[in-house]
Design a binder for this molecule. Sequence first.
Ligand SMILES: *[C@@H]1O[C@H](CO)[C@@H](O)[C@H](O)[C@H]1NC(C)=O
Ligand SMILES: *[C@@H]1O[C@H](CO)[C@@H](O)[C@H](O)[C@H]1NC(C)=O
Length: 341
Amino acid sequence: MQFKSFMGVLLLAQGFRAAQTVLRFGCSQIVVERLDPLVNPGTNPSPHVHQQNAFNAAIPVSDVSSIANCTTCSFNQDFSNYWTANLYFKARNGTYKRVPQIPNRGNTGEQGGMTVYYTTPYDGKTKVTAFKPDKGFRMLAGNQAQRATGGVTKWNAICFRCYTAPNFGGDNSAPCSDTSVDSVSLPAKACPGGMRTTIRFPTCWDGVNLDSPDHTTHVSYPASGTFESGGACPSTHPVYLPQLMFEVIWDTSSFNDKSIWPTDGSQPFVLSQGDNTGYGQHGDYVFGWKGDALQNAMNAGCFGATCSALTTQAFADANKCAVPNTVPEQVDGWLTSLPGM
Ligand SMILES: *[C@@H]1O[C@H](CO)[C@@H](O)[C@H](O)[C@H]1NC(C)=O
Ligand SMILES: *[C@@H]1O[C@H](CO)[C@@H](O)[C@H](O)[C@H]1NC(C)=O
């Protein structure tokens, strides 16, 4: 009970409104390897390392919930795939080590992984279409080739927060900027409590296509403003989606010692696609909820990690869900190069 009321306080502190539906739940990490079924379908290995959940080199365009036999997420009905680039520390001698992930504030039991949010619009009224069941809807947020401000940073799609202490939290609604608590590039200073990446997906859909060649043009961010400011969807993409957001917490604590940082004063972290700016952070999504479960949850006004329209499993059970690693290469320990780079 204490846990639930803590969650309530946490979510309200992040600026959500009472009439909104906000699912916020953990998903353990299932595998860390070079596979990207969205951007490089069928390519094993993919060009850079991702960490993810319920996985194969090619995810068929079909009902993902009917081919997965388990989920590492706390909601039993969620067989979706969520994945992001990994973070590495680059030592002075040029070798790399993967930065581990830790559960988010208020969450316990996950093994690494991420916190996933599905949020309805901030007006508390606009109805959303919770993607399309049974058909394999998928989309991408961010651009792995981005190396400067611009692109999706306009919609706060990629943000980093430098935690001054473990379990640091705080408001989540301020726009990311280099003068805000959330930066748009990798933090330039050591983060004693770890580092958070937030990835926000497009919230408007063309209503027709389940995917597009670049995995982004069938969806859109608001025509003006942001999802948080109540920005309207463009006429080309009139269907309102719930906002999907990932939060990944990187445990940078074993890399805080500035004596192991680059001598030129630059920050030492690099995303798995060779990006030391952070602007190229990206997230991938393949919808995999059972039937209408997500739509029912979005309609039910649920809040946090419990929902009358859904059932939950303990992380002790979720963490038994495993897929074999299919890319035979080392991704942990000190590496002489980033895998695939
Ligand atoms: C799920 O299926 C995979 C592949 O068929 C199998 O290796 C794994 O043991 C199954 N997991 C569970 C929890 O049944
Ligand atoms: C490179 O640097 C790291 C971190 O300082 C150290 O742990 C590792 O042993 C070094 N590797 C080599 C080959 O010197």
